[in-house]
Design a protein around this ligand. Structure first.
Ligand code: PFF
Length: 486
């Protein structure tokens, strides 16, 4: 039994969901975060683990989330509670929905600050504020941009306002339209940047940095970071994809949709890497310069290339739009929960959420100026929001989703919802039951120092352990199901 009796907004048109989910996935995570994390964690090995996590964790979790959303037709909290109840699972599973909703909101609190950077750089490009700057000037300009709380606060407030206006306008009118022209535009801009990089030096170094696998160069911390980033970049376990899935019509294919989104997202991230690292290497910049990396490097390329100002302006328009189509997806869970449960209008829910967001994001923005010293265990507030969500909440949320899908829900429920061929269904089930949960647990065990794993040497053993656990799991699955449903 599904909840189709309850009327719920649905996406307009065949591509509505794909565009919106891609819009959510493709954002600052791809263009801002992926390159700087790759730089910080040493390149190729990080990229490889990230790609493996997209395949082994991201794709199965995304399919699960869309299916949960469509089956439960509600905000993460309501949808998970309904779907679990339908299979006799405990209502406690709805805690997963609470965590996801909170996670999406916490991400948004720092995301609007980064989106604010993008908007402010758009303004700098338009007003010629970056012209004639050297490598050192670029670092100084990034620093100066952050120094004034009024300046930074102005831009993050603008992003908060824009997000809430779009969300307040509603699913179809607000979200769907903006994605359909932004995505192709982003790809074209990145292609232009890559072409520039290919002809102006640094490209070979960039390729080597991104794709040469050096097993020794990745720390346990880097593995956890790569896993967290796979969840972040696909907007998983933060309510966005699940809530968008709740608007998906019954006849849409979840498998195909997921693959489209995952492939598009991964391509944009790799393209961003290929656009940015040639500039870094050609100018002798440090790949591990942290969150300012793209803002300090790309403007250098725009300065040197023909029609650079035009391309720079277009690029930052696209990046700002990509940020907005992601930020609107992060509040969707909260807004949908408020409208479904508190009897308030969409507009009121959006503005109410916006006020709380504005207050917390202002605190996050202060981490770059007056609040730089307000640290706990060496991290400021912005850093904590990022750390808690990417390293903990998303992987644990993803773990919860796959355990729910793999061991608690009746097998017909997801078979019906996913509509895969028998072989593909078996593969998906194997992934959510064994590969994804074990992958997440192994990376945590390694990162927490409970056991030190050397993946370069131990992978045959890991595969063997996986196979043994899978066999035991299959034999014990009725009992496991009873325990997890209790
Ligand atoms: N996937 C987005 C990006 O890569 O920029 C970030 C994101 C969006 C995370 C929505 C979480 C979310 F719910």
């Amino acid at each position: 039994m599904t909840n189709d009796a309850q009327p719920r907004t649905q996406w307009l048109g065949r591509w509505g969901f794909v565009l919106a989910a891609t819009g959510s996935a493709v954002g600052l995570g791809n263009v801002w975060k992926f390159p700087y994390m790759t730089g910080e964690y040493g390149g190729g090995a990080f990229v490889l683990v990230y790609l493996a996590c997209i395949l082994a964790l991201g794709v199965p979790v995304m399919m699960t989330e869309i299916a949960l959303g469509r089956r439960g037709r509600g905000s993460p909290i309501d949808a998970i509670r309904r779907v679990a109840a339908e299979s006799g699972g405990a209502s406690l599973w709805s805690l997963l929905g609470w965590m996801a909703m909170l996670c999406g909101f916490m991400i948004l609190c720092f995301y609007v600050v980064v989106a604010g950077w993008s908007f402010s750089y758009l303004w700098k490009m338009l007003s010629g504020g970056l012209a004639g700057s050297s490598v050192d000037d670029m670092a100084a300009i990034f620093g100066a941009n952050n120094e004034s709380p009024l300046n930074l606060g102005f831009w993050s407030t603008l992003v908060t306002l824009a997000t809430m206006v779009i969300v307040g306008k509603g699913v179809q009118a607000g979200i769907e339209k903006s994605v359909s022209w932004m995505m192709p535009g982003m790809v074209v801009m990145l292609l232009i940047m890559i072409a520039y990089g290919a002809f102006s030096g640094g490209f070979g170094d960039a390729l080597h940095f991104l794709f040469a696998f050096n097993a020794g160069s990745l720390s346990s911390e880097g593995m956890l970071a790569a896993m967290g980033h796979a969840f972040f970049t696909l907007s998983l376990a933060s309510g966005a994809i699940l809530t968008y899935g709740s608007y998906l019509p019954r006849n849409a294919s979840i498998g195909r949709t997921t693959l489209t989104v995952a492939v598009a997202d991964t391509l944009v991230a790799l393209m961003a890497g290929l656009a940015i690292f040639p500039v870094i290497f050609a100018n002798g910049m440090e790949p591990g310069s942290g969150p300012g990396l793209i803002f300090m490097s790309l403007p250098l390329a725009f300065q040197a290339m023909p029609l650079g100002t035009l391309f720079g302006v277009l690029f930052f328009i696209m990046l700002s739009m990509a940020a907005l189509t992601s930020s609107i997806s992060m509040v969707e869970a909260t807004v949908s929960w408020l409208t479904d449960n508190k009897g308030i209008s969409r507009r009121a829910a959006a503005w109410g959420t916006g006020i709380v967001l504005w207050i917390i994001s202002t605190l996050a923005m202060l981490s770059f100026n007056v609040g730089a010293e307000w640290t706990l265990a060496g991290k400021h507030f912005f850093g904590w929001l990022d750390y808690l969500t990417s390293r903990w909440m998303m992987p644990l949320g993803g773990l919860g989703m796959v355990l729910l899908a793999g061991f608690v829900l009746k097998s017909e429920t997801l078979r019906e919802e996913l509509g895969l061929s028998p072989a593909m269904h078996a593969l998906w089930l194997f992934m959510v039951r064994y590969v994804s949960p074990l992958g997440i647990v192994v990376i945590f065990v390694d990162a927490l120092g409970i056991a030190t794993l050397d993946f370069g040497e131990q992978w045959p053993w890991l595969l063997l352990v996986l196979a043994v656990i899978a066999v035991i799991g299959e034999l014990a699955s009725p009992r496991l199901k009873r325990v997890l449903s209790a």
